[in-house]
Write a protein that binds this ligand. Sequence first.
Ligand code: HEM
Length: 406
Amino acid sequence: MGAAATRIRSIEVRLPRVSPAAVRKVALAAVVCYALLMVTGGAVRLTGSGLGCPDWPSCYHHRLTAQLSFNPMVEFLNRLVTVAVTVVSGLAFVAALARSPRRRDLLWLSGGLVGGVAGQIVLGGIVVLTKLNPYLVACHFLLTIAVLADAIVLFHRAGLGDAPEEQSSVQLVGTELKWLGCILVGVLGVVTSIGTVVTGSGPHAGAPQTLSDPIKRIPIAFRDIAVLHSDAALFLIGITLASLFAFHVARAPTNVQRRIRWLFELMVLQGTLGYTQYFLHDAAAVVEVHIAGATMLWVAGVGFLLSLHGHAERPAVAGAEAASSFAVVGAPATEVVSAVNGAPATEVVSAVEGGTDGRSDSAAVPEGGESLGTVTAGGGGTDSRRGSAVPEPGEAGQPRKAVRTT
Ligand code: HEM
């Protein structure tokens, strides 16, 4: 125990200090690399290059690099992106470790990237060795989405300040709307999972089919599963449209409404692409765009979920440290905490007394808003237009009830 503690301390001494901004940049690189990996992975399958490098981790027997022909090069390119993803994931973890100050949430999230990439490498190897087993190909795709989501959350949290009140979040919409958002992203998960089954039963097995050594396919009629997938997609588009309406009626923060609108627009595009590819007999080029669309939908979906919570801003006025702290008190809705929008990484919470006045693009509060907590005034001034969580002077120490904006 003592030896382990000494070892950890010595790591602290030896690692160069990394700034919070640098950690955020590495997290952004991880988001980009994982999104790229989904698209290049799709390109491998659609060009039939899955066995372009038949060995793992070498490409062909003892050769690490591919021959100069199309399929091995595509598979090799995908492996290079995997290397980039591995390096960036490792870097993100080391950067979180060396970050000053070190933060437990960033360590866990960057550790998730390392774990995810290790899982991807092992699973990718088994996919090649099992000659592109379609169930494992589907798991490979879904795992990439999970790690991409982890990278997005890491990027988001790396942008938050280090003070405890900056870490804690405030729900910006009512509980029902929050659940609606979670259900929506859950259904996106179901549609995506069924999509991978469509792929597994479809014509793009990932490598040329031979009679002597055929690539296993999922034994479901392509048409039937494609119909189920498109029905689920239509349901998803329907509940997204309904949610868009519900968030609008509840006058949710503009940022939240904007994100759900993006989600809806992307879904309509994705659905259109889906039908186009189906009626073009699963044309590979359209399928590739469909995969890119699914990737963007997940980026937008996770971003939307994150936007449902706001974080208090670092106190803008010296001596106002206590201004943005929250404690749940369960009090009736009499006052407002409004969310200022348009700044996803540093969403701010402002204390606004007496209803919806004084807000610009912040949330409106419907009647019967749910009690959220107390904003403790600690000096400084309330700037409800900027959304700063700094209370007005002369009210130091006066707790204010706050309501969740819906
Ligand atoms: C929001 C809506 C949709 C989402 C999120 C979505 C997502 C996906 C995903 C993730 C895949 C699997 C990709 C892979 O494993 O490489 C897929 C495959 C597929 N999707 Fe969709 N999809 C949507 C709508 C549709 C619609 C409306 C259709 C219309 C029929 C459709 C047709 C297909 C087909 C045919 C495939 C198989 C492509 C292949 O052979 O690889 N999709 N979809």
